[in-house]
Design a protein around this ligand. Structure first.
Ligand SMILES: [Zn+2]
Ligand SMILES: [Zn+2]
Length: 557
């Protein structure tokens, strides 16, 4: 029975390159999940795009003295290039700047307005007397009233994750000139979140399959009580407000960015020449929608977006929101202003994608923060990818290629040792299936690697390279068993290590894409011609990597 899965991934602000925190937080787990479901033969759409609105973009444009559209175009190109190199397989990666997105946003806005879930009110907005302008969201900074973080922004505190309004900030100041703003009245639209408090709480309590950190955070948040939020801003860059008298205002970026999941699905469907296809994903109740995000986005995806969907009516709510915690770098919190980050374009210009995908998978910040260090990167590459998995594949394939006419040997009778390792391979395929289905990534990749370790031990016991001199058949049987395990590994590691899995699949003599093999233990046919194998991974020089990288991290770029 095939399933329908919609993978919705956080929209990155197109105001700068992405770093490893973003990759580990949302993009890599989403891609692993989408690849897994595609291999299972399920109907998958994975969508997102560049978030081109909001003050993060205009602040960057102001700093460079260019138009916001120029910033957006630049980083959207960088994103697309990075996705290709890292192997993030979008069905659509669009932007929030399309006419389609504006149209879908207006429809949701006007429907909620008509139903009374959006209302007009006067709000006191910070206005900078020196800059002579309103200061929405990130144009102001101050101390967070909840956790006392001193550089909290006007839209959200990046330390405790609580959404904020500028008026909440203690010691508020203009980020452009440092002046203390005055508050002036301005008319805005509000989303009546308070109307959904009870309904959301009831819904969230039923989501027992959610990660406990996501569930607990959301439940506590709802129990504290929801306040209505202003969803328009005094700015010129963004989706227009479809109401007369609001020509100089724009829809708040957060209100419209989450609508992007819906508008992107519609755009994707239209691109397929099936403009009504989006309805399968958003209106059929058997579709499962997953939102892959970092933990700072939990309030928007577990509360605000579901409230908007409840108010609009007739559309599927998220099935799961597997939000990840944060990645630290060399033991310290990522800080883009201090350049304490590993930038994705930099990484991809120096190393292969699979070793990063591997480390960020086996060390994924699923339920607590985890740390990235270059020492661990080199160690896991050399000890696990090269010495355990890569070496298993390489010694089996080169020896078979040389001694069995470049083809998979015909096995003799299996003994208990053969049977038990084949059985382990079959069980591992099933175990990883069950784990990935529940978005448990770290344990999946550990389980897969443990099969590689067990198979190395099996080969040490069987020693086909020594046995071949006396018993050609026994050697061929052991190699056949190892080759069968390798085919299992290429499939279960494919969502994590797509590039090396595809190579291995071809070395095993298969001609198609590894994901066509399906999520099962495929027994490669005896006699199938192998392809001349090459090493799957390259050993890294620890000293050289550490020296190189220490010149970059935390240094002015
Ligand atoms: Zn805070
Ligand atoms: Zn100012």
């Amino acid at each position: 029975m095939s399933e329908r899965i919609l993978v919705c991934v956080a929209w990155p602000y197109a105001n700068g390159p992405l770093h490893l925190g973003h990759v580990a937080g949302a993009y890599l787990p989403a891609d692993i999940f989408a690849r897994y479901h595609r291999t299972k033969g399920n109907e998958v759409a994975m969508v997102s795009g560049s978030d081109q609105h909001g003050t993060p973009i205009t602040i960057k444009a102001d700093l460079e003295g260019v138009k916001p559209a120029e910033i957006v175009a630049r980083y959207h190109r960088v994103f697309l290039e990075n996705w290709r190199k890292l192997g993030i397989t979008w069905d659509l990666f669009t932007t929030t700047g399309t006419p389609n997105h504006a149209e879908v946003t207006h429809d949701i806005f006007l429907t909620l307005l008509k139903k009374g879930y959006i209302y007009k009110d006067t709000v006191s907005q910070p206005f900078c007397p020196k800059c002579q302008r309103y200061l929405p969201d990130r144009y102001v900074e101050g101390t967070c009233p909840f956790c006392a973080y001193t550089n909290a922004r006007g839209d959200q505190c990046e330390t405790c994750g609580k959404p904020l309004n500028p008026v909440d900030l203690i010691g508020i100041h203009c980020r452009i000139c440092g002046s203390t703003p005055v508050f002036q009245n301005s008319e805005h639209f509000f989303l009546k979140l308070s109307a959904f408090n009870a309904q959301l709480l009831e819904w969230v309590k039923k989501q027992t399959h959610w990660r406990s950190n996501v569930l607990n955070f959301t439940q506590r948040y709802l129990e504290d009580g929801l306040k209505d939020r202003a969803i328009t801003r005094d700015i010129e860059w963004g989706v227009s407000v479809p109401v007369a008298g609001f020509e100089n205002k724009r829809i708040y970026v957060w209100f419209e960015a989450v609508i992007g999941y819906l508008s992107a699905t519609r755009e994707w469907a239209a691109n397929q020449g099936k403009p009504e296809k989006w309805r399968d994903f958003w209106q059929k109740p058997d579709t499962k929608i997953y939102n892959f995000i970092g933990k700072d986005n939990i309030p928007f995806h577990c509360i605000i977006w579901p409230a908007m969907l409840m108010g609009y009516g007739g559309l599927n709510l998220p099935y799961d929101v597997p939000a990840n915690e944060f990645l630290t770098i060399e033991g310290r919190k990522i800080s883009t202003s201090r350049n304490w980050a590993v930038w994705l374009p930099d990484y991809l210009s120096r190393y292969d994608p699979d070793p990063l995908r591997y480390l960020l998978s086996i060390n994924m910040p699923e339920t607590s923060d985890t740390d990235f260090s270059w020492r661990e990167f080199v160690r896991r590459n050399n000890d696990e990818l090269v010495a355990t998995y890569g070496n298993l594949a390489h010694r089996v394939l080169t020896f078979t290629y040389k001694n069995f006419d470049g083809a998979i040997p015909t096995p003799g009778q299996f003994d208990d040792d053969d049977k038990s390792i084949l059985d382990l391979a079959k069980k591992t395929v099933e175990t990883v299936d069950g784990l990935l289905y529940k978005c448990v990534f770290k344990e999946s990749v550990r389980t897969a690697m443990s099969l590689a370790q067990q198979t190395n031990r099996y080969l040490d016991r069987k020693s086909p390279w020594r046995v071949i001199k006396q018993d050609w058949q026994a050697s061929g049987t052991a190699l056949y068993v190892a080759i069968t395990v390798l085919s299992a590994l290429s499939i279960i590691l494919y969502p994590f290590l797509p590039f090396s899995s595809q190579k291995l699949w071809q070395y095993l003599g298969f001609k198609d894409a590894v994901q066509n093999g399906g999520w099962k233990l495929t027994t490669p046919p005896a006699g199938q011609k192998l392809q001349m194998p090459q090493p799957l991974f390259i050993k890294l020089d620890e000293k050289q990597v550490l020296e190189e990288e220490s010149k970059r991290l935390g240094q002015p770029s």
